[in-house]
Design a protein around this ligand. Structure first.
Ligand SMILES: Cc1cc2nc3c(=O)[nH]c(=O)nc-3n(C[C@H](O)[C@H](O)[C@H](O)COP(=O)(O)O)c2cc1C
Ligand SMILES: [Mn+2]
Length: 453
């Protein structure tokens, strides 16, 4: 079994300090976010299990995927192996299987029985909208042309007992699918599920072709087929062992004011106009656990990294096969290490990454001897090796993200930046990094030296 509960049990067994049970009543308005913030300020990133959230009967877990050690635990590998294991398993997808017995359908509420206002009413930041959000929802939809299913996370702002707003970033797969339904004035059937094993969250964040079904990737990550159940009110499928499912549809051409909402960038950027999600049914376990992700905090930042780094590395290697690695350490920025064979390669990587993802706004390319996990080394390479009149690339306005505070257009249009901070191969000056000769370095026996000194 690979569900949220088995993962919490594994964490209690293997990393007991990684989970904190909080039994006293807490407010969902600012207080849970404040507890998480205080812990993060002291470099602690545990799962928080709130057993008593004011105004809601449901216990809540948050920060399930808030540490890299827990992601490694979930995939059964070491932290150092995570990227390689993610890549290997994504390359071996496993199709899901359909089951008729779904724990997530033990309770079924439809029509008038649906009441999203019984959910915990989470508000995180001071300047966020006062309406509560569901943040850990993974949305499944089916492309009407290809019949492929798609998974992605979407923040859902609760509007009333049976309605939420749904934010779909422009250009991502769900937005593309919604446009197809909207163009023929049809509602888009969706289901949003929450309360899952981390492999499910990581698989939903796989970034790649619309033809790749994320359910197959989740199977690959788990190394076993995911069990799916057919929804009660539509023909979509959801993980049978999730905690909650919201079934319904997004009607065409309805919009509501949504936000402001503090995002992964660390900023909110005003309110937006978002489509509505009309909820027809809520199914759950008998005693469901509500999963939450505090927006803009460690879990939100960490979760998408594996999928995005994997995707950008593939895109960079398609352009230049000797790309060594890609790291994403700050929002909207990709650092790329290149074993450069000719001086045109950095530009080719920059252009490939610009086009590969709306979130790849800045692309900084360095030589392979720069450690791209170390911001100081990257900043030094930019300071020393860049001649701004030659090595800086700016592309024409293109699709980025409206969540970018510098983006002034609600359609996400922005310019993108590329910096080639590699040392020119054909330089007229010989530029060599300081190095003490390795054989001399190896010959020094420090403990012997310190004893005699
Ligand atoms: C916690 C969390 C919340 C997210 N919220 C949204 C959201 O509200 N809207 C959105 O478009 N993407 C959101 N994302 C990002 C998408 O899930 C991500 O871009 C996904 O890979 C897109 O899937 P696709 O490649 O199938 O389009 C969120 C990601 C995380 C981890
Ligand atoms: Mn997709």
């Amino acid at each position: 079994m690979h569900d949220l509960r088995t993962f919490l049990d594994t964490v209690r067994r293997e990393r007991p300090r990684d989970i904190i049970d909080i039994s006293r009543p807490v407010s969902p308005k600012h207080e849970t976010a404040a507890i998480l913030t205080k812990l993060e300020q002291s470099y602690r990133f545990p799962i928080l299990f709130f057993h008593n959230v004011a105004g809601s009967p449901f216990p809540v877990v948050t920060n399930v995927c808030g540490s890299i050690a827990r992601l490694a635990l979930a995939l059964g590998c070491s932290v150092g192996e995570l990227s390689r294991v993610y890549a290997t398993r994504c390359a071996q997808p496993i199709k899901p299987v359909i089951t008729n017995t779904a724990p997530v359908q033990e309770l079924v509420l439809t029509g008038q029985e649906v009441n999203l206002e019984s959910f915990p009413r989470f508000v995180y930041h001071e300047d966020d909208a006062s309406q509560p959000y569901i943040t850990a929802a993974i949305v499944v939809a089916r492309d009407p042309e290809t019949a492929k299913s798609n998974l992605s996370f979407h923040r859902l702002m609760i509007v009333d007992r049976s309605t939420t707003a749904i934010f779909m970033a422009r250009g991502k797969h769900l937005d593309q699918i919604y446009r197809k339904y909207e163009s023929v004035s049809e509602p888009m059937p969706i289901a949003a599920f929450l309360g899952v094993y981390p492999a499910c969250s990581l698989g939903a964040l796989y970034t790649g072709s619309a033809c790749t079904e994320e359910y197959d990737i989740i199977g690959g990550l788990r190394q076993s087929a995911l069990s799916l159940a057919k929804c009660v009110t539509n023909s979509l499928h959801v993980p049978a062992d999730a905690e909650f499912v919201l079934e319904g549809s997004v009607p065409p051409r309805t919009r509501v004011n949504e936000g402001p909402f503090g995002e992964f960038t660390g900023y909110s950027t005003g309110s937006m106009s978002c489509p509505l999600f009309k909820v027809q049914a809520v199914t759950s376990r008998q005693d469901p656990i509500f999963q939450d992700i505090v927006s803009g905090h460690s879990e939100h930042l960490l979760l998408p990294i594996l999928g995005m780094e994997h995707h950008l590395l593939e895109a960079a290697r398609t352009a230049v096969p000797t790309t060594v690695n890609v790291r994403l350490l700050v929002p909207l920025t990709a650092y790329v290490a290149l074993e450069k064979k000719d001086d045109s390669q950095p530009q080719r990587v920059i252009e490939a990454l610009w086009g590969s993802d709306i979130y790849a706004k800045q692309v900084i390319v360095v030589d392979a001897d720069v450690d791209i996990s170390d911001l100081r080394q990257v900043a030094t390479a930019v300071a020393l090796h860049v001649r701004p009149d030659r090595d800086v690339y700016i592309n024409r306005p293109t699709l980025g993200t409206e969540l970018d505070p510098s983006c002034e257009s609600s359609d996400g249009t922005t310019a993108k930046l590329g910096i080639d901070a590699t040392v020119p191969l054909a330089s007229t000056r010989r530029v060599v990094k300081n190095r003490v000769p390795k054989h001399v370095l190896d010959s020094i026996n420090l403990s012997e030296l310190l004893q005699t000194a």
